[in-house]
Design a protein around this ligand. Sequence first.
Ligand SMILES: Nc1ncnc2c1ncn2[C@@H]1O[C@H](COP(=O)(O)OP(=O)(O)OP(=O)(O)O)[C@@H](O)[C@H]1O
Length: 455
Amino acid sequence: MTPDTTSPAEPGRVLLVDDEPAFQRLGGAFLRNLGHEVLLAGDGESALAAYADDHPDLVLLDLAMPPSMDPEQGLALIPRFAGVPVVVLTGHAEHELALRAAELGAWDFLSKPIDPDLLRFVVTRALRKRKLDAEVARLRAQQGDDAMGLVGQAPAIQSLRAMVRRVAPTRVNVLVLGPTGTGKELVARALHDHGPLASGPFVPVHCGALSAELLESELFGHVKGSFTGAYRDQAGLVEVARGGTLFLDEVGEMPPPMQVKLLRFLQEGSYMPVGGRVTQRSEVRVVAATHRDLEAMVRAGTFREDLYYRLKGIVLRTPALAERRQDVPLLAACFAQRRGAGLSAGALAWLAAGEWPGNVRELKAVVDAAAALLLPGQRDLDAETLALAAGVPITETAPAADEADGLLDRALVELERRMISEAMQAAGGNQSEAARRLGVSRVGLIKKLTRLGLR
Ligand SMILES: Nc1ncnc2c1ncn2[C@@H]1O[C@H](COP(=O)(O)OP(=O)(O)OP(=O)(O)O)[C@@H](O)[C@H]1O
């Protein structure tokens, strides 16, 4: 979203860090006249104290300050003002310093002597950015609340969330189909968490990981002495899940002898522990998932047709990431944020151009690994770190610039559309209020609404 810097500045709280009393006085008065609240600090230590105590929206930072007057010490302060735009004040022709400041995360720089018009312009722009960042964070937090952990704005994921919301309150069995790493277990958990059995346990079982015998004992339990090593009675997972949800992951891998026993449990709610003589009962909700084509397996005779129909009370499908590539930036930003990191524009372009055959799991693993490689003081993940984490040379994976730009542009337009719709909704349709929330002028908002087809 391009900030509209022609309209009057939104008032903000500006921390002016400079040891020159004359500049503190003049710069401070100038900013106050623009309607801003001004906090003053004459050295690094008091600047950090003011940042911690008074929560400024913007820091104006002179790099050379007492006691050492060494700009290196000023540079070292920049990453300490995390989450707030920092505008660095440099001496005339100190371009190299300004570049290093930018590398360390400074938002902009101004050369002294400072042109008041430029100061007003940069401060307005930085405060708008701060507002936009806060708005994105608010939307993300809100998305976390009502998205049931299923991040994404693509139509396929929106309708999946809607289906989960509708199906969760019922006790109907659900079959979740989709490629590996697309969030099938997440869907199962959301169904559980938003359903009538949410206070009961959620018990996942990986049906492909065990032999038929072990799976039977795992699911239905066994009695003492029923096989070598069965030293005591052991309850099965259907018992552990009583009053909750049993999640049968990779149900397509279930060995045929177990399929019969599972069918009986689904039909009658009863089962026989391994080596037992007395039928037991347990009431659970069953959610099953697989990346396999169960219908094809039924046709091939490797999966029981009657079990298939029992499991598929309702079928939910999780889309491959390739079918919702516009969600890659949002997902990556969420995963990075959970690790306290951000993403550079280059990182977003690199991620957006990726193929992600392992779907969301692969994307998350790369972002998590890259976040672990962040250097002290570095906040944003860049394309190099991501490529390193993915184990691929950056040159081989660097996206064609126009392809990456196209994807990134689409993702940003999507984000803009969402933020504007949300702001309009929160403002009850009042454009002036929505513009205020977004930190743009009303005219700017109307232009955007028209461009995005939201009017
Ligand atoms: N829409 C999503 N939003 C946020 N995180 C997601 C989403 N989809 C998947 N993930 C994350 O990706 C990882 C893999 O998800 P999950 O285990 O649910 O996939 P799956 O489809 O069950 O995989 P498999 O078929 O291999 O069992 C998890 O860390 C999960 O939290």
